[in-house]
Design a protein around this ligand. Structure first.
Ligand SMILES: Cc1ncc(COP(=O)(O)O)c(C=O)c1O
Length: 431
């Protein structure tokens, strides 16, 4: 570990504690991952010292010749990864990437429509406590009550009734595929913009394992730190005109230039100042890794692991929303297990498994208690775990949930988890 920090013993201790937590516990939070040593090195590099307001070749500061090279590489690699025509790698977070889209495509008080938070959407898709719900008129579409999957008839009917100026695809807690083509048709039927927030499945989309929203959406946003396995941050992308089968809504030929200028200027100076050049370099490293064949194997394993975990949990009588998963996560409704999401999060935590409590569709409990948990496989897959380990994890989850008030049992499971983790070392060269 970095020894320079040893001079600040209070901080060094925190770093050691967190490092050990990550090493010895099973990370099943669907939005988390472990970056490679190369990404970590770039994120902790001297590029943190550099101010570089503006964009490569047009900065407000001198001395930007090398950070320009880093940002250009990040942009080129990202374009290649998703076959994009335009990208912006500067948003500090996924929320800021989304804010940039709102501020570019909508005026305050305009109406938009996203998947309701209680059904798997994200805060920035219209929650009343977020800018998206405070500055704009948010309406949320919901899942089908019987199947608990997206129902495009519901979305179409709601779009016709509400006439939003923008429709958002994408979610934080939805385990099934998205039909972007259908959403494009719905958006076109009311003249709305279509954006996709692919923050969660981006790494799987990059390798062609899930539908790619770029050909169908006016704009796509993502975080870089979930399945993409990069540093914390956001990105904005636009697909190629030639691939958009449904026509172009802004002036032909000038579309890209106009959209790029609009998005670039909303990000900086609109909502951000200086870009985090160390993070942009780390994004470039992560995109480079995501372009490799190894990453494809990794992404495929994430999905295989999620399916195995979900199948085994179903065997144990867990109610997986929609009956399974197409991606890296699953949402578990614990109502039939007589335990709340909050209790499960605590008991699994005591057993060394980190998850987050999560509302389930049509949940009657508050977001602070919830009836479910969200579970994902990107982080454990990065450790090298495969189907065999997923079966063990399902057994431990089952044991912890069935004995959620038995401290002795949870302590025993914590040791099992520690032993399982010790076979899959983290932060080693293999990452
Ligand atoms: C779908 C989606 N969009 C956006 C975000 C926000 O990302 P950030 O936490 O970087 O602001 C998240 C984070 O979990 C997310 O799940």
């Amino acid at each position: 570990m970095n020894t320079a920090l040893k001079n600040d013993s209070e901080i060094y201790e925190i770093l050691e504690l967190e490092t050990n937590r990550q090493k010895n516990k099973l990370e099943l939070i669907a939005s988390e991952n472990f970056v490679s040593p190369a990404v970590l090195e770039a994120a902790g590099s001297v590029l943190t010292n550099k101010y570089a307001e503006g964009y490569p070749g047009r900065r407000y500061y001198g001395g930007c010749e090398y950070v320009d090279m880093a940002e250009n590489l990040a942009r080129e690699r990202l374009k290649k990864l998703f076959n994009a025509e335009y990208v912006n790698v500067q948003p500090h977070s996924g929320s800021q990437a989304n804010m940039a889209v709102f501020m570019t495509l909508l005026k305050p008080d305009d109406k938009f429509m996203g998947l309701s938070l209680a059904h798997g959407g994200h805060l920035t898709h219209g929650s009343p406590v977020n800018f998206s719900g405070k500055l704009y008129q948010a309406t949320g579409y919901e899942l089908n009550k019987d199947t608990r999957v997206l129902d495009y008839n519901i979305i179409q009917d709601m779009a016709k009734k509400e006439k939003p100026k923008m429709i958002i695809a994408g979610a934080s807690a939805y385990s099934r595929e998205w039909d972007y083509k259908n959403l494009r048709l719905i958006a076109d039927s009311i003249g709305a913009f279509l954006m996709c927030d692919m923050a969660h499945p981006a790494g799987l989309i990059a390798k062609g394992l899930l539908n790619n929203p770029l050909p169908y959406c006016d704009v796509v946003t993502s975080t870089t730190h979930k399945t993409l396995r990069g540093p914390r941050g956001g990105i904005i992308l636009i697909g190629k005109d030639s691939e958009n089968p449904f026509g172009i809504r802004t002036p032909k030929g000038d579309r890209l230039r106009m959209m790029s200028e609009l998005f670039d200027s909303t990000v900086m100076p609109g909502i951000q100042g200086g870009p985090l050049m160390h993070i942009i370099m780390a994004k470039a490293v992560a995109f480079g890794e995501a372009l490799t064949v190894e990453f494809e194997k990794y992404a495929k394993q994430i999905i295989r692991n999620a399916k195995t975990l979900s199948d085994k949990l179903i065997e144990f009588g867990f109610d997986i929303i929609s009956g399974g998963t197409d991606n890296h996560l699953m949402l578990i409704d614990l109502t039939n297990k007589n335990i709340t999401g909050k209790q499960a999060e605590n008991s699994l935590g005591a057993a060394g498994i980190t998850v987050n409590k999560n509302m389930v569709p049509f949940d009657k409990r508050s977001p602070f208690v919830t009836s479910g948990i969200r579970v994902g496989t990107p982080a454990v897959t990065t450790r090298g775990m495969k189907e065999e380990e997923m079966i063990k994890i399902a057994e431990i989850i089952n044991d912890a949930v069935n004995n959620f008030e038995d401290e002795k049992k949870l302590e025993q499971l914590k040791n099992d988890v520690k032993e399982l983790c010790s076979g899959f070392p983290l932060f080693s060269e293999k990452n």
